[in-house]
Ligand binder design. Structure first.
Ligand code: SIN
Ligand code: FE2
Length: 213
């Protein structure tokens, strides 16, 4: 039997208390979101950041919004200027902000207005090891994450790195929002499998919205 997502009806799943999976929530806007990503990366190209430990991240990143998430030998932080160009990050497209606000509200976090959108690009094999989103100034606002292109396996755990994780297949148009008791939960993405998506080829994109400042 086809799932509701296949019929175009958004479904709601709970990954943990305070962590909600909104199946297909961004499907209708997916084309516009991909055009937005193309515009952002023309101005602020994708790059492979280096971790404080000196490792090149397999996920390529860029940002839009008032601040952007960056990493280098000095540490992880939010910066108002793109360290490559020394220019401000491109503005967040209004469709991005509206989607993040709507998804957060649907997940039980009304009034979310992000000031940062981290754009992640995964090629086959790229992954994000378990981590917490903890560089924001406060943790009262949720994190909203939008998946586009090739599907990926998302891991969602608890407050300790060693806590058991739930796995969810995140497909084109899926949104996950976590906040409240789940705001500091560890999460990650398993190595991207080789696959083809009609709109992105063998790539996966992820938009992660936060209130950083
Ligand atoms: C992140 O944790 O910043 C990204 C998660 C994802 O790519 O789904
Ligand atoms: Fe994260």
């Amino acid at each position: 039997m086809p799932s509701q997502a296949h019929l175009g009806l958004p479904t709601l799943g709970v990954l943990a208390e305070g962590a909600v999976l909104l199946r297909g929530f961004a499907l209708e806007q997916s084309e516009e979101l991909l055009l937005g990503i193309a515009a952002v990366c023309e101005y602020a190209p994708f790059r492979h950041l280096v971790t404080p430990g000196g490792l090149r991240m397999s996920v390529a990143m860029t940002n839009c919004g008032a601040v952007g998430w960056v990493s280098d030998r000095e540490g992880y932080r939010y910066a108002a200027l793109d360290p490559d160009s020394r220019l401000p990050w491109p503005a967040m497209p209004p469709t991005f902000t509206a989607l993040a606000t709507q998804a957060a509200a649907r997940a039980g976090f009304p009034g979310f207005v992000p000031d940062c959108c981290l754009v992640n690009r995964y090629e086959p094999g790229a992954r994000l090891t378990l981590h917490q989103d903890r560089n924001e100034r406060g943790y009262t606002a949720p994190v909203v994450s939008v998946s586009l292109g090739v599907p990926a396996v998302f891991q969602f755990g608890g407050l300790r790195r060693t806590d058991p994780t739930t796995r969810a297949d995140l497909e084109h148009g899926d949104v996950v929002a976590w906040g409240g008791p789940a705001r500091m939960n560890f999460h990650g993405v398993l190595p991207l499998r080789e696959a083809e998506h009609p709109e992105t080829g063998n790539l996966r994109y992820n938009l992660t919205f936060r209130l950083a400042r």
